[in-house]
Ligand binder design. Sequence first.
Ligand SMILES: [Zn+2]
Length: 416
Amino acid sequence: MDSARRTVRPWLMLFVVAGAIFALAGFVFFLPLAFDEPRAALPPATRAATPEEAQVALADAATALRARDRAAYRDALPASGRAARRSLGELFRHLSPLPWTRLALLGTPVPGVPGRFDVRAVGQLGSTGPRDRVGGERILDLQMLGSRVVATGDATPPAVRREYLMAFHDPVAVGRNGLLVLSDRRARDRAEALADAGVAARARLALVGVEPDASVLVSVYSSMEDLKASLGGGPQEDRMRFFSNAGPRVAPRPWRIRDIGVLGPSLDGTGAWMPMMLSHEMTHAYTWQWFTKTAHAPTFLLEGLATAVEGGRDWAPLREEVATGNQLWPLLDAMAAKDLWAGNSNEQVRLAYLEASSVVLYVLDRWGLAELRPFVTAVADSDLTEEGVDMATREALDVNWDEFYAGWKKYVLSLP
Ligand SMILES: [Zn+2]
């Protein structure tokens, strides 16, 4: 053992010294070579893209997206890595089939993370709705690879991935009769049927004096899952099948005409009711703006206008309610209710809708169309107490609340 160690040591020393000489020589020899290396042969350095650099690439990508040119889109904003590639691919697949008349990809820097941008696809669909409608959103990491902007990562929260118009899997658009109807390709029949129903539905709006001057967007969702995804997780109300909502836009103020949403499967078998349902939602879409400057926008009045236009309801439950003293849901309480749905049974909600609709029809019957809007906006602008509504009624219709209430009950009992 001892003799072996003694023979190994000199060899080890020799290796160490030789290694040191080689390393030193290599350092001295290779260092100048590394500096002499031409720049182009080095891998390009990456750094975070600036907002200006990002905007140039995003503008080119938006142009390609609108032109449905996938190759140009990839070329304008190449992706590195699976997440970024998937994310950009989804934007193209969901948004490029839509009928954009203008489209931009707006990148807002995410504070604290250099190169990360909140990218929103923003534009106008046909001639429908605002020019700044938000169609989809992605949180992307954009890096400069040499002189090119490359998407290297995606940090989009799950709730945002399929929000807005991204909820459609394979979208088609059907535009006619004042409607722009969006649906999945496999549900095109439903979109066509709704667009056809637009003729009858639009005609019904004349009842409350609405002459649509601009088209309305109708989204037909294939499932409740898609519907909720589009609204970013909402609505909380699972009874919701047909609704109107403020279309998402960049500007904080809602567009003057609301969008309409429909749970597609709920349309099947509705037959003659479809145009009536559509006219109900179209009334919401167009009359919402009556209440943008009033102190309140009572659900009672909104639903009253829409249900009156919808028509076709059986008045028997309301006649019975009035005949028995209007105690289940007194008219003034219903008018002031914050929410007609929360905590109430379907039957109660139906009764409130009938009350609301009959108030609108009563005003039309006794005072005529010219007084309808002044009446509902005066009530909405009151404090919704008995005194407030009394004042609004005097102001708009020249009668006090007691007289209005007595006349309404008589009118209801005369309904078919
Ligand atoms: Zn409604």
